[in-house]
Design a protein around this ligand. Sequence first.
Ligand SMILES: Nc1ncnc2c1ncn2[C@@H]1O[C@H](COP(=O)(O)OP(=O)(O)O)[C@@H](O)[C@H]1O
Ligand SMILES: O=C(CO)[C@@H](O)[C@H](O)COP(=O)(O)O
Length: 516
Amino acid sequence: MSLFIGIDSGTQSTKAVVLDLEQRKTLARAQAPHALIEGLPAGHMEQHPRDWTQALDTVIAAVVSKIGSRRAKQVRGIGISGQQHGLVVLDAAGEPIRPAKLWCDTSTAKECALLTAKLGGAKAVLRKTGVPFLPGYTAPKLLWLKRNEPANFRRLFAKGALGKVLLPHDYLNFYLTGRAFMEYGDASGTALMDVRRRQWSRAAIDAIDPRLAEVLPPLSRSDEIVGTLLPQIARRYGLPADTIVSAGGGDNMMGAIGTGNVRAGVVTASFGTSGTIYAYAQKPVVDPEGEIAAFCDSTDGWLPLLCTMNVTTATEAVRGLFGQDHAAFNDAVASLPAGADGLVFLPYLAGERTPNVPNGTGALLGLTTHTLSAAHLARAAMEGVTLGMNYGLRRLAKLGVDAKEIRVTGGGARSSAWRQIMADVFGARVVPMVEDEGAALGGAIQAAWALQRQTDPKAKISALTDALVAVDEARACKPDKHRHALYSQLQAVQDKLSLNLRDLFTLQEANRARSK
Ligand SMILES: Nc1ncnc2c1ncn2[C@@H]1O[C@H](COP(=O)(O)OP(=O)(O)O)[C@@H](O)[C@H]1O
Ligand SMILES: O=C(CO)[C@@H](O)[C@H](O)COP(=O)(O)O
């Protein structure tokens, strides 16, 4: 019997699933929350890596206790998925030098402009690496560290005792095994890698500091094994000493595996803290406009991806305002017609990446004495974030990704009212998965694949996903053509609102800076 544990260290919580490979089912699940550090200036989003390791310990202890110590001895491997792009800097002793700056941190717009100019402009960046410098990505965070916290930056290069630059899931791999490397998928989101050649980009590294080449870990294929659990960790978890840890990957790359998106023709949308839509590709897909990210996936292919920053960030903010639970919130949404009686919500509560408006803020248009209600705000928020994702879906379509059916995963995909809105906005069938935790399942499957490849170097991950990933047809939603037509009009309103507010965002940003 072979069991595999999949972990997804997301922005709001860490989730674990235990996969029984022979029985083809999930045996246990667990979840532990972790919070953002409070009280930081606007735009700064940070978490402490030790909060991730604590949550990891909690969820592994919980699933091990659920399956029992006898079955825990059958665990063969662990695969870790993590929020992408976060900057984890470690000193020579492997201790975090400072908290991690996250994918949703927008404080590095200036550094993006500096790096873009150093590489010769936006087009030159796309030529050299395939990935533009955007505030969410890791490269500008490193330049930010150098410019704003030079003492912390210097600690990476202490004489004779170099530190490390890692991504969130690499840090968890390091915690479990003591070994550090980056697999292609998550590494492609650093904006330090040439995604076409799958190598660190000398030009991008030198633009920040040539010494970074010494503290970036080696790049690895996605089927590689990081190592086995450190003896003390294996003992603490009650898992076999030879439990392997696979390369893992960014949460979207692992979500691709967990939704069976490992061959062309499948499209996945994830409704987590962020919103993402992505599709497997056999070759790099570089968007000449730079809006769709030319990421690698975590099966040694590529994963063109769009990401919006405001999905459950926005719906949860509205839900929290009125103290509703998810059921009441979803009922409120379902109680209103499509279009929320004309209330339009521009959801840039955390700035935005697609379109690239890091200084963006939210807006409501269409308030009347009738629409100023909890239910209208709830529906408008859900519609607004979904329209935001549709902005990028249209761009993906221009790059050749045909989305007649979309597999959905992430917390938001649990809501039936939301799934109908998705289908109507996207004009596509929307199908949830039997296992809602797609990224965690993807971790477990990748670990099983990495182990298989040890004895059968040609083992295909698609054979595993075909056997282990299932869609839940009973909860699928079909688009309604009248509602889709209405949402197309609302899309035009949201697009215009976003464009017309850009100068105002800049003005507001200056006001915020003055009042600090
Ligand atoms: N039924 C639901 N309706 C709407 N939102 C939901 C529902 N269930 C969970 N969520 C939200 O989904 C989010 C968590 O999604 P998840 O994909 O785990 O995020 P992340 O990986 O970014 O931490 C939370 O904000 C949670 O409140
Ligand atoms: O930045 C991106 C993708 O480029 C985000 O999708 C992060 O990877 C965070 O994911 P969630 O916590 O929302 O799943």
